[in-house]
Design a binder for this molecule. Structure first.
Ligand code: PMP
Length: 354
């Protein structure tokens, strides 16, 4: 740390992203899609667009907001876009909690929520998950503070029912409820339909998972116009050009090719269920994940050992050395071939260590 860093940030503990290695591995650690972006994305980011990069991007991001709105039967004024959904979450927590404000989220969830609370000076209440890692919706009702919930949750993969989500939104009319649906395409119980009904709902989504654009960095928030206007006010006070022209073109093309992505999503769901059964057959047990990852522990071999042994074999999964979840591995559902390689590697490791 230099002597110049403001004291406000001295104790900040940054988010730890999953490793991105520059050599060939089977990468099952950051929940990316095993499938390439749609061919329409490749067409959209070709030569002519590159020539136009001398110009600033559209700060209102009209083309992409309209394309997203059309997809959900909403209007462009209901859509905020950001540089990944991390950007949308950051603006939302900054804007709707405020310095010295209050927010709550599950104690085991996306690791960025506490980091945002910290950097924006928000008091965070972490509500413990139940013993089976589920979220008890009643514990998020009538909170009198901003509520942030990932649905499905990460890294557990467990989803709340639509009724429970609505109960939480309805019982907190004076606070924003942020439902982070980063993995919702693999679960299919989105609460986007409630946007027109509740002025305090903000649904956060991303192109990074089901839409194969993690490297492009595009996320979005869906809400009533007033909330979106607030987010734009913050964005225009901070970084009006947060979306670059290539990302705008790529995401607009992606959202228009739903056939391609829904087929991929269905394949990932099928592979998820098959892999879960294969893991059970070699001594794993885990949650009923509704995401593009599995959350699993082995009955005898510690997760940290498995993580290290898999790494030696060129397979990366995610291990969290945190209380309550240090027995578990979070394994991204990749292609069927990648999952076959994972299962054979695990069989070898289990044989060697037993
Ligand atoms: N929410 C959750 C629950 C996540 O797991 C992630 C990805 N790590 C994000 C949001 C952020 O994704 P992105 O910024 O790539 O849209």
């Amino acid at each position: 740390m230099s002597k110049f860093l403001a004291p406000d940030y001295e104790s900040l503990v940054p988010y730890t992203p999953g490793e991105q290695l520059n050599y060939k591995v089977i990468k099952l650690n950051t929940n990316e899609s095993p499938f390439p972006p749609s061919p329409k994305v490749k067409d959209a980011v070709s030569g002519e667009l590159i020539d136009r990069l001398r110009l600033y991007s559209d700060p209102e991001v009209k083309q992409l907001r309209k394309a997203i709105a059309d997809e959900f039967g909403l209007d462009a004024e209901n859509v905020f876009v950001g540089n990944g959904s991390d950007d949308v979450l950051a603006f939302s927590i900054m804007g709707f909690c405020g310095r010295g404000g209050e927010m709550c989220c599950p104690d085991i969830s996306y690791g960025f929520y506490p980091v945002y609370a910290d950097i924006f000076g928000v008091n965070l209440e972490e509500i413990p998950l139940e013993d089976d890692f589920s979220i008890d919706a009643k514990k998020y009702c009538n909170k009198g503070k901003t509520v942030v919930i990932a649905n499905p949750n990460a890294p557990t993969g467990l989803a709340l029912s639509s009724d429970d989500v609505e109960m939480i939104i309805a019982s907190n009319p004076d606070n924003v409820v942020i439902i982070d649906e980063a993995y919702m395409d693999f679960c299919k119980t989105s609460c986007v339909d409630l946007v027109r009904k509740y002025s305090n709902l903000l649904v956060c989504r991303t192109f990074s998972k089901s839409h194969s654009l993690a490297g492009m960095r595009v996320g979005y928030g869906l809400a009533q116009k007033e909330l979106i206007d607030d987010l734009n006010k913050l964005k225009f006070s901070f970084n009006p050009y947060n979306m670059n022209s290539v990302a705008i073109a790529a995401a607009s093309a992606a959202i228009a090719d739903n056939d391609y992505y829904s087929k991929n999503t269905d394949k990932i769901i099928e592979t998820r269920e098959k892999t879960k059964a294969e893991l059970a057959a070699i001594g794993f047990e885990g949650t009923d994940s509704k995401s593009n990852f599995l959350f699993e522990k082995h009955k005898t071999i510690p997760a940290e050992t498995l993580y290290k042994e898999l790494r030696k074999k060129g397979i990366l999964v995610r291990y969290f050395s945190k209380p309550r979840i240090s027995d578990y591995l979070r394994i991204t559902v990749g292609s069927q071939e990648e999952m076959d390689a994972l299962i054979s590697a695990l069989k070898e490791i289990i044989k060697e260590l037993s």
